[in-house]
Design a protein around this ligand. Structure first.
Ligand SMILES: C[S@@+](CC[C@H](N)C(=O)[O-])C[C@H]1O[C@@H](n2cnc3c(N)ncnc32)[C@H](O)[C@@H]1O
Length: 369
């Protein structure tokens, strides 16, 4: 194995990526604050009647040069982000693929990776370059490819911190997973999970947190993006952790009924569709054991807690920044979705939890013992 497995920028690349992070933070905080001030103190008072919904608010904002500047800065800083991580990936990809092969073929392999040629990846992951990541989550350019995963992994903390959704000043790579594990303990203090399923595990950094939090449990991560599943497996093996990864749709898994004590996900649902939300919640009800906990984390952009101007900028992300289901997800009542899937009204929940500067939407339910 030639170098450490994973996204590894050199000093110049890290500096450029830090510049993009600062630019994105400036746009997301300073420019958006100016936009809110313009909206609240000038546009609403000059309007014939106050806007009643996000479409009416958008009609007030869209002609204004400050909104157009915000939109242009958001779009181009996203392009800069992908350019900046691609430089690192281009420099390291051949060595990284070689490292992946060495790790996955090692006789000391602790976990497993399972890929399925039968999986049919659905929209929007199949049809959209999510976050406008060039090639999307699943493009493969070479055998055993992990390029899409390296690029995604290189942007995660940059993007989350610039959105104010990081876990504090110097977070570890698995900080959000640790947060979910802590919330699982808070909601089900008596639960000692023997088996954990991480749905939409992506590049696997957070899946590692569940093995660290519940070392005696069998931990499994599933995702529809093949380069991500390979990368997650390589990452776990590089850390000497026994985790099983499989290419699988969370709405139609191959697991037996009642296979897991704890089912979790991190920001997967807002990258699905309304139909997939129903399928995945029903699958959670089928897969969770009596006494087990289903606990999902996703974006906290529900309209009842967002000012109109934020609803407009979020909806811009839907139309122009590769976030097709952001508003659609936020419009859903996830407690209702859990109840429709089978959870009893008094055990289903949809709430908010915060840590550091971040607040996230948590939803799911507990199956009676
Ligand atoms: C924003 S990423 C989050 C990844 C990871 N949980 C993390 O926190 O870094 C969402 C992930 O959900 C996956 N995903 C979307 N729809 C899915 C589905 N129906 N089944 C399994 N994974 C899915 C995507 O491929 C992507 O890796």
């Amino acid at each position: 194995m030639k170098e450490k497995f994973g996204f590894a920028p050199n000093t110049d690349e890290a500096s450029r990526q830090a510049f993009v992070a600062s630019l994105k933070k400036f746009v997301n905080f300073d420019v958006e604050a100016q936009l809110a001030d313009l909206f609240d103190n000038q546009l609403v008072s000059a309007a014939n009647s106050p806007p009643a919904n996000r479409d009416e608010a958008a009609a007030l904002l869209e002609p204004h040069p400050l909104y157009q500047l915000w939109s242009s800065l958001t779009f181009h800083s996203q392009n800069l982000m992908w350019d900046a991580v691609q430089t690192t990936t281009d420099r390291t990809i051949e060595d990284q693929v070689e490292s992946y092969r060495a790790l996955s073929q090692s006789p000391d392999c602790k976990g497993s990776v399972s890929l399925s040629d039968k999986l049919c990846v659905k929209a929007p992951v199949a049809t959209t370059e999510i976050h406008r990541q060039p090639g999307g989550y699943w493009r493969e350019k070479r055998s055993d490819d992990i390029e899409a995963a390296l690029n995604y992994s290189g942007t995660v903390d940059l993007y989350r911190n610039a959105k104010g959704m990081g876990m504090g000043a110097k977070p570890s790579a698995d900080a959000i997973g640790q947060f979910v594990a802590a919330i699982a303990r808070k909601y089900a203090p008596d639960l000692e999970p023997r088996s954990v399923l991480d749905m939409g595990c992506g590049t696997g950094e957070q899946t590692l947190a569940y093995k660290r939090a519940f070392p005696d449990a069998n931990v499994t991560g599933i995702d529809v993006a093949r380069p991500f599943i390979r990368f997650a497996h390589g990452l776990a093996e590089s850390e000497g952790m026994a985790i099983d990864f499989a290419e699988m749709d969370a709405g139609a898994t191959a697991f037996d009924d009642e296979s897991f004590d704890l089912i979790v996900s991190i920001i997967m649902f807002h990258e699905t569709t309304k139909a997939q939300v129903h399928d995945i919640m029903r699958e959670c009800w089928r897969l969770i054991r009596p006494g087990g906990l289903v606990l999902h984390l996703d974006v906290p952009y529900q309209p009842d807690r967002m000012p109109l101007v934020k609803q407009v900028t979020n909806n811009w992300q839907v139309r122009h920044n590769g976030e097709p289901f952001w508003s659609g997800f936020a419009d859903l009542d996830m407690k209702e979705e859990a109840i429709k899937a089978g959870f009893a009204p008094d055990s289903a929940f949809a709430t908010y939890e915060g840590q550091g500067p971040a607040i996230y939407h948590f939803f799911g339910g507990r199956k009676p013992s």
